[in-house]
Design a protein around this ligand. Structure first.
Ligand SMILES: Cc1cc2nc3c(=O)[nH]c(=O)nc-3n(C[C@H](O)[C@H](O)[C@H](O)COP(=O)(O)OP(=O)(O)OC[C@H]3O[C@@H](n4cnc5c(N)ncnc54)[C@H](O)[C@@H]3O)c2cc1C
Length: 433
């Protein structure tokens, strides 16, 4: 079969690999000048760096297997990481039982309840009953109102804003369960995986591999629409119209709604019902380390961002000529005025908050400040998502979709993008038997 894949992120590349291995002809259309999607990197201090912070967990089996298959095993390093929580003007270590005991904002009894609720979550195997209730309902009931307000509400709000109380407990379970499995025992710090030279190394090897199997990669190719005509699917790109036997779109779900002509009312309703949050991610190059924490959650609602990720507290700064790299993560709805703001305004808004968290910080530490945005960064997984989750098949014959909305109950991630790419190909090949 002659198949078009629209979107050259990890889902599209993984699907291309499987289709080519099954003997099909594949063209990949990507609107950008390079592949990688939201996992793309830029040139940085003589190496590469993701525009959005990235790491993997020990439970990310698909990507680990792929890294090994592509001959990159030696570049994948498992690194200790330290998590923190900023609240009441202080940075606390967070994420281990010992750090919980030292966490002053909760009383001893609150901590016990909090700890038991996390253990309880990690022991749950069947997430299905959890999808009927919100994370807020479950956490208030089991961890207590105070622990919810102090610890969990800021985390949920930092990703989902004012809609944080609509998020399903099944999604939250997926996140906690996977994080729990990245520690070998309760005392150990979390081990996170990183491919030296950035995850672009994986993308590059994958591109070489699919090209070796005959894939045509069409960069700077913005697909305008996809329609079904006379038993073929026609892809309209630039001034061209190209016919395919099947088309797979790996673009975000709302983009599917714009691109595919003649979708059924049911498909359009599904697209309408699944919301995404957007992200503004700033990448700061500092001449000093901001703190000793890799992942700092911000529990102070007056601070306009939700997390500080000091990449060089996971990967050695010597890999970046001794510079310290700090990401500022800020999820919001696309309609938020800050999302529309100019880079200078965003920077100005952030500086004094960085000083508030670390009073010794000053602007002179910043050597470079870049801002990246993703409109479709994180789907909102609400209650009973199983019944909302889109199928891989659309209502248009031979047109398939696969993207972050197909990942459930786990949270989106490169590992699951790869798994989704493989899964959609199974369905496409099964349908053509
Ligand atoms: C801030 C942030 C942090 C993250 N951190 C992590 C992490 O630590 N670990 C982890 O595993 N995952 C992380 N992720 C998630 C991970 O990057 C994604 O789940 C994964 O890369 C998604 O891949 P994808 O191929 O499904 O989608 P995308 O990467 O979005 O790919 C879709 C592609 O389609 C292209 N496209 C869109 N419209 C068109 C069109 N009309 N024509 C042609 N091409 C088009 C886009 O340019 C893009 O390349 C993070 C994501 C974000 C946003």
């Amino acid at each position: 079969m002659k198949i078009a894949i629209i979107g050259g992120g990890f889902t599209g590349l993984a699907a291309a690999k499987r289709l080519l291995e099954a003997g099909h002809h594949v063209d990949i259309y990507e609107k950008e000048a390079k592949l990688g999607g939201v996992a793309a990197s830029i040139n940085y201090e003589d190496t590469k760096l993701e525009i959005f912070y990235h790491h993997i967990f020990t439970s990310d089996h698909e990507i680990i297997a792929l890294i090994e298959e592509l001959g990159l095993k030696n570049q994948l390093k498992w690194l200790e990481s330290k998590m923190g929580f900023y609240i009441d003007g202080k940075i606390y270590e967070f994420g281990t039982p010992i750090s919980l005991l030292k966490f002053k904002p909760l009383t001893f009894m609150d901590k016990i309840r909090f700890g038991i609720s996390v253990l309880r979550l990690q022991m749950i195997q069947d997430w299905r009953p959890l999808e009927r209730i919100t994370a807020k309902e479950w956490l208030v009931k089991h961890a207590g109102e105070k622990a919810y307000k102090i610890c969990w509400e800021p985390l949920l709000t930092s990703k989902f804003g004012e809609k944080h109380d609509q998020i399903s407990m099944a999604w939250f379970w997926g996140k906690i369960k996977l994080r729990g499995s990245t520690r070998s025992d309760a005392k150990t710090k979390e081990m996170l995986g990183y491919v030296m030279g950035s995850f672009e190394e994986v993308g590059t090897k994958l591109i070489e591999y699919v090209q070796g199997l005959g894939a045509q990669i069409k960069y700077n190719s913005f697909v305008k629409n996809v329609e079904f005509i006379d038993d073929h699917v026609v892809v309209h790109v630039d001034q061209e119209e190209v016919q395919y036997d099947k088309v797979l779109l790996t673009v975000p779900l709302p983009v599917v709604g714009h691109l595919v002509q003649g979708l059924s009312r049911h498909d359009l309703q599904t697209i309408d019902q699944i919301e995404y949050t957007s992200v503004i991610c700033s990448v700061l190059k500092l001449n000093q380390s901001y703190s000793d924490i890799y992942w700092l959650n911000i529990g102070d609602m007056d601070i306009p961002f939700g997390g500080l990720i000091e990449h060089t507290n996971m990967v050695q700064d010597s890999r970046y000529n001794g510079k310290h790299i700090l990401y500022i993560s800020n999820y919001m709805f696309e309609t938020d005025p800050l999302y529309q703001a100019q880079d200078d305004q965003i920077k100005a808004e952030y500086i004094h908050h960085l000083q508030k968290i670390n009073p010794s910080f000053h602007e002179g530490w910043i050597e470079d400040f870049q801002i990246f945005k993703a409109k479709y960064a994180q789907p909102m997984i609400k209650c009973n998502y199983s019944s909302l989750k889109p199928a891989f098949q659309t209502s248009i014959p031979h047109v398939y979709i696969a993207n972050m909305t197909h990942i459930y109950p786990e949270d989106r991630g490169m590992n699951y993008a790869i798994r989704t790419g493989y899964e959609v190909v199974d369905v496409m090949l099964h349908d053509s038997r």
